[in-house]
Design a protein around this ligand. Structure first.
Ligand SMILES: [Zn+2]
Length: 285
């Protein structure tokens, strides 16, 4: 099983996680810029963070044979902090980098006027830099948050096919599907969305434009839940090809729209031991 995790915060994970992910079949991932768990006190703090997302983290991932890409943005939560807003002026410098495959995470946290403004400004940047956008939806008041998100996306003029609306569930899936945007699902250990619930959604709505991620960060989360979802799909009767589409080809197609998703020297064919027929899982570099 080859896996592309389209949303995971490796900065807050250990080297052991990279090792386990590589062994489970994760060969590429996208790490979106987000907040640190405590407030940043100046825009300069983002500079070091963004630099690590396009420098140190890809290096760390590369030691385990995992390809690392990033999305860059002012996150919804910190869009409310006047100390952080000047970072909007620094974003263009990063949106030019080859390791950056989208603008994100943008969107709503508490749906304030400040978030409105930062969201619209960053969708405009995605259009200007010809990049896809990764849009976070609030965990509270999901349906209303999602409706408003889709309205702002439509107003921005960005092509819906270049937007993924993330953290969806049974309540919001249909809204987003009808909008033409891509659908992101973050799988959590025991809340919000589980592998089994994800399988039900795939059964009902099919694999088209569906992205499955672990969204693992410093909170309770599990970077192997992409793999667990693939296994749950197989158990439920989905084919290897369906699993490959959802866990590999879909994220490659979505982020490939950046024109920067270079996977050329990554060995992505499933290696099978001729003796045992078992797949040879790649760890190490
Ligand atoms: Zn996230």
């Amino acid at each position: 099983m080859r896996i592309f995790d389209p949303h995971i915060h490796m900065t807050s994970r250990t080297t052991d996680d990279y090792e386990r992910m590589a062994a489970a079949g994760v060969r590429a991932l996208v790490e979106p810029a987000f907040w640190l768990g405590q407030p940043r006190t100046s825009a300069a703090s983002f500079v070091d963070y963004f630099d690590s997302l396009i420098g140190w983290e890809p290096f760390r991932a590369g030691q385990f044979g995992v390809r690392h890409f990033a999305t860059i943005a002012l996150n919804p939560k910190e869009a409310n902090d006047p100390r952080c807003r000047p970072v909007l002026d620094l974003l263009p410098r990063y949106l030019d980098k080859d390791a950056v495959v989208a603008v994100g995470e943008i969107g709503y946290d508490s749906m304030t006027p400040e978030e409105d403004e930062a969201f619209a400004a960053q969708l405009a940047l995605a259009v200007a830099y010809d990049l896809p956008a990764l849009v976070h939806t609030p965990h509270r008041d999901k349906a209303r948050g999602c409706e408003r998100t889709l309205a702002v996306v439509a107003e921005s003029g960005i092509d819906a096919g270049r937007v993924v609306v993330d953290h969806l569930n049974e309540v919001t899936v249909k809204l987003v599907r009808d909008s033409g945007c891509w659908l992101g699902f973050s799988i959590y250990p025991d809340t919000k969305m589980t592998p089994e619930r994800m399988v039900e959604l795939l059964r009902e709505y099919g694999p088209e434009r569906m992205l499955v991620n672990s969204a693992a960060d410093w909170g309770r989360s599990d970077p192997l839940l992409t793999r667990a979802t693939g296994e749950a799909m197989l158990l439920a009767g989905f084919s290897d090809d369906d699993v490959d589409r959802v866990l590999w080809r879909n994220p490659v197609e979505f982020y490939g729209q950046s024109g920067r998703l270079d996977l050329s020297d990554l060995d992505v064919a499933e290696k099978v031991d001729p003796q045992t027929g078992n797949s040879i899982l790649r760890g190490g570099s």
